[in-house]
Design a protein around this ligand. Sequence first.
Ligand SMILES: Cc1cc2nc3c(=O)[nH]c(=O)nc-3n(C[C@H](O)[C@H](O)[C@H](O)COP(=O)(O)OP(=O)(O)OC[C@H]3O[C@@H](n4cnc5c(N)ncnc54)[C@H](O)[C@@H]3O)c2cc1C
Length: 398
Amino acid sequence: MIHDFDVIIIGASLAGSAVAIHLAQHGISAALIDQHTFPRRKACGEGLSQVGVTELRHLGLSDSINALSHSPFSGYTLWFPTRRSSRGDLPINLSSADTFGIGIERYLLDQLLADAATSVGTVTPFFGEKVREVVTEQNTFSVELAERAISAPLLVLACGTNIPIASKLGFECRTIREHRFGASVTVNCALPHQLNTVQIIAESGYQIFVTPVSKTGLNLSVLADKQSSSRIRLNSLASHWIQVSSLLSLSGEIVSSPSASSPVNNACRAHRVPGMFLVGDSYEVLDPIGGMGMSHALVSARLASLAIKQIVHDRVLYAESLRRYVEAHERATKPLRGFTRLVQFMLTNRSNRGLTTFAKRIGIALPIAKAVHSGRATLTTACARELLNVIGRTTNGR
Ligand SMILES: Cc1cc2nc3c(=O)[nH]c(=O)nc-3n(C[C@H](O)[C@H](O)[C@H](O)COP(=O)(O)OP(=O)(O)OC[C@H]3O[C@@H](n4cnc5c(N)ncnc54)[C@H](O)[C@@H]3O)c2cc1C
């Protein structure tokens, strides 16, 4: 059967566009579909770890990133305002002289990747086109758009937490823990020099994240459980800005309309459909609380592209190439997942633990955070393993 493309990619955000760029480097043709046109805003804390920055280098985008407005950050500052006012606690600092990553607006970053993907001759964009149906028949995927259908022997799902498409295709999708929702805005604000860490303010049922994204701007995001999101009206972020600006002594104004997310912690992990690869949030959602979702999207995109290249050029069978992808993905994702658990643990369990024990754990949290963000995490030392085990048990981790 003659196909229109070697691969169809649904979703042209970080994961989808990165797959398209990697495939183009191997001369593999791809249709890149997204319901939106770029640039567009997306709910995100916009903190990209060094792991993700390294992936952008693999994509040949280092110079382009340097030319875009962005702001390096050197760690995290965790606030517990309620306890602070009652006990006079200082915030907990997980920061060092090293760069942990950069804050960069998704409005700019996603457009950069989509532009880079579509500037290559082998990638055909279908932007502003929503996928209505995917039909699988005789080793062919037929994807129905508004006015046409296109076909390919391989399909990449990079449509984030779009569960309807994945479920229709037979994937087992589930929610990890209770549903959580997110929303974010950009704030125009003269940033003090010392604000070079991501500030995380932990409240009961929700967390506020403040990420510097340029010399004059920051991202304000909120993540909340279902109950809190209706109580605090997630879409009205102005009240959170008032809370943050007084806590951090900042002044500025919200300059974008809020973007909100569907539940952030849906996931489908089982690959059941021959010829299909999941990447980014479609494969696995790392709760945004750890700020590792973007890096994961880029890492999984590179690994999936390698697997696809093996099928197209090296004649490796799908089942074998999928096995290699899943194994490589597990190795690469383990530290990122561990860091997510670490942050979750610190934000949600602090009040239940003896402070001394907690402080000891924080003592080894910084080396772990540094190692994970630099992409050099091995997590082999006994204490790091013990810490992650505790976190895994406490958060019912996967
Ligand atoms: C509030 C919040 C804060 C976050 N903070 C951070 C952070 O600080 N750092 C970090 O690394 N991560 C963060 N994340 C996570 C991060 O945003 C995601 O992990 C990342 O965007 C995943 O990228 P992706 O390409 O897999 O999916 P997405 O970015 O979700 O992209 C999916 C794409 O698929 C398209 N699509 C979906 N359905 C269809 C369809 N039917 N037809 C056509 N196109 C379709 C969508 O339009 C979209 O462009 C945060 C998330 C939230 C919600």
